[in-house]
Ligand binder design. Sequence first.
Ligand code: URA
Length: 441
Amino acid sequence: MRMYDVILKKRYGGELTDEEIRAVVRGYTDGTIPDYQMSALMMAICFQGMTDHETAVLTDAMAHSGDVLDLSEIPGVKVDKHSTGGVGDKTTLIVGPIVAACGCHVAKMSGRGLGHTGGTVDKMESIPGMRTELSREEFIRTAMEAGITVTGQSGNLTPADKKMYALRDVTATVDSIPLIASSIMSKKLAAGSDCIVLDVKTGSGAFMKTVEDSIKLAQKMVAIGEHNGRKTAALITNMDIPLGNQIGNALEVEEAVRTLRGEGAADLTQVCLALATEMLTLAGKGTREECAGLARQAIDSGEALERLAAMVRCQGGDEECIYHPEKLGSAPFSIGVRAARDGYITHMDTAGIGYAAMMLGAGREKKEDSLDYLAGIRLKKKTGDAVRAGEEIAELRASDEALFAGAEKKFLESVTIAEEKPQPEPLVYARVTAEGVEHIF
Ligand code: URA
């Protein structure tokens, strides 16, 4: 196979053979195919797409590019979740402990934040001592002891995705349905869980901007999961507004803790309960109504918070930060962002708000950038809220005052204030399973 011919074939809309796809993944992983050729192929895929069969073969090749975990040592049903990425999305730190408190095991591989989206691994690393590069043995031991473990893409798990995702990020080839579906599902298949719930985000802060495209992506991923013998379902959730009220690594851990204490923002709590209900239902814990009750009870009893503390302890972190999140610390400087006029917040460009948080040091523009775990944004007002001119709508926090000017400008450009109160939007639009699409709320 000549990589040149594969690129040319895809550029003109041809269907790649199984052998071509497997050779590309093998060659790129072992370094015989250079970045510039892989970038060209991925750009051609962005324009020409892939058939379901091509996407399934690409996913399988990526999943088997490194080790594939066998979780059979862990008793009972293993459930995983994955979000397509968003702003303020700390759901893993809430949903995982809830599901663990209900008797399932959650053994999950998560990513780091890039661009406007945050990553669970970065949020966890804001807890002093927390390790996110676990060996296979530590991963399994923590899942058994705490009921939940989250590791980075460590060891030799899906090395093809690791390289491809980093390359996509700098070549404007992230938002392609076959590339996102294969990236996410290769990690899910390699991580070895029996059931997978996908949180497919839609709106201005998501890779997929419309509900229709999000459903298409969800259908592809559900089909891949089911084809590989995993029970798979997806919820299409709203990312046209940041989730919860805090953006930034330690700020999001603190908000996750508050949500597990039953004191969380209503939108965040509702999305987390919906995802946990879906995971418990797939794991066979009862009817959807029974599972919703179990999830609520896990918060009310304090058991879910205990599961989070147990995971932190097992992974070397300071569990006191879970019981007393103020121990996570706070950035030395803060400023209030004020509304320019009276009215209602009618729209939040959620990616823009994510970029404002990144400019404060909470995220990285390039993968080698370092993070300020304490930087970020506390939202005081969100879409639908009434505001008065001069009223504080958000607080920006950073360790360097010089960062405020640019971040404040970006934040204000991302918030629209107008006269008319906007119609509320659903938090969860649809459920996608092997049976079909159900438009729910
Ligand atoms: N998350 C992933 O893991 N991969 C993608 O391509 C997009 C979001």
